[in-house]
Design a protein around this ligand. Structure first.
Ligand code: SAH
Ligand code: SF4
Length: 351
């Protein structure tokens, strides 16, 4: 049994391959390039989980494929449904670690929030995921399998890489996963409906922009370097001015805006002075600002802001003609809200 397991792990997982890589893989087996599109459709549009599902490929071809490759797939370990309809899926991975994905249904859309790492190394002081450190990067297949599994039961129209982890610290896997999501033969999600959120890894923002066309969300969360250094250690390497410059240069999908995420924390970054500095920082950049109420969790040192502080901040930005929304926190009763994802890492967490 152990030998069988090792053998499986050595096979190429087809869900680790972008369309171009699958084409190259098939050419290496002496097959036609167009077969890659056929297989992609089976995997991502028709939900195939075995080679036998792929009935328009010859039996011999399917057998050959099964000797050289495998198809991983996820079945959720648990699904929790919030009072507001938000659904949290827990997946246990092949190595025993676990991750979460959150589906947020709204009137006109259904957004899947996907994880990209087990834990996170960025250590933001207000984030529960960050307190668990990084266990490992997710593979491309583990990113797209979240989508495949949810798609089996629910409609997905939008994707945000805002679950556990820092997507830009795992670009080798995130870029092929984004290609599969936006590929017309893959999940067929328009690049206008895919958003990658980052804490601000400046060189990787540029790499992302040159590799794929997707929306960018930047978790700014502060308006001075002093504040941001404290909240988000990444700021010591890439201070606000560098981050804002990278936003200015980012090649967005047609007529789109960068999303600036700003978690309001009581007495830390929720004053009217902060709002004024924020307006100055964002001048001349096509942005929409997402204000997020800080979600408290057991043991955290910060507090959620007063509603009056949120309203004041929101109104000031509006007055200055910024596009702003205060995001209603969804799924808080099932710990699915922003910054609450933690999955089951405790047993492996030695730090
Ligand atoms: N690592 C990426 C994406 C995952 S975090 C990033 O940092 O952008 C997704 C969002 O959750 C970020 O905007 C982050 O600032 C926010 N967040 C983290 N902890 C939070 C908390 N306790 N309450 C509210 N939002 C939080
Ligand atoms: Fe990581 Fe994002 Fe949490 Fe910071 S806010 S610790 S980058 S998941």
């Amino acid at each position: 049994m152990k030998g069988f397991f090792i053998h499986i792990m050595e096979l190429v997982d087809l869900k680790d391959l972008s369309l171009e890589s699958l084409e190259a893989f098939l050419l290496g087996l002496g097959k036609e390039k167009y077969r890659a599109k056929q297989i992609f459709k089976w995997l991502y549009q028709r939900g195939a989980t075995t080679f036998d599902d792929m009935t328009d490929l010859s039996k011999d071809f399917r057998r050959e494929l099964s000797l050289k490759s495998r198809i991983s797939s996820f079945v959720p370990d648990t699904v929790e449904i919030s009072k507001d309809g938000t659904k949290k899926y827990l997946f246990v991975l092949e190595d025993g670690s676990s991750i979460e994905s959150v589906l947020i249904p709204e009137e006109d859309r259904a957004t899947l929030c996907v994880s990209t790492q087990v834990g996170c190394a960025m250590g933001c002081r207000f984030c529960l995921t960050g307190t668990f450190n990084l266990k490992r990067n997710l593979r491309c297949s583990e990113i797209v399998n979240q989508f495949c599994a949810v798609q089996r039961t629910d409609r997905i129209t939008n994707v945000v890489l805002m679950g556990m982890g820092e997507p830009l610290a795992n670009l080798d896997n995130v870029i092929p996963a984004l290609k599969i999501m936006t590929c017309p033969d893959g999940f067929q999600i328009s690049s206008r409906r895919v958003t990658v959120s980052t804490s601000g890894l400046v060189p990787e923002i540029e790499k992302l922009g040159s590799a794929v066309t997707v929306n960018l969300a930047v978790s700014l969360n502060a308006t001075t370097d002093e504040q941001r250094d404290l909240l988000m250690p990444v700021n010591r390497a890439y201070p606000i001015a560098k981050l804002i410059a990278a936003c200015r240069k980012f090649p967005l999908p047609n007529r789109r805006m960068i999303t600036i995420e700003y978690v309001l924390v009581r007495g830390v970054n929720d004053s009217i002075e902060d709002a004024k500095r924020l307006v100055k920082l964002l001048k001349g950049i096509p942005v929409k600002v997402n204000l997020i109420r800080f979600n408290e969790y057991a043991g955290c040192e910060f507090k959620s802001p007063e509603q009056a502080a949120i309203d004041r901040f929101h109104s000031y930005l509006l007055e200055k003609n910024l596009t702003v929304i205060t995001r209603a926190s969804r799924g808080a009763d099932i710990s699915a809200a922003c910054g609450q994802l933690r999955a089951r890492m405790e047993k492996d967490d030695t730090n």
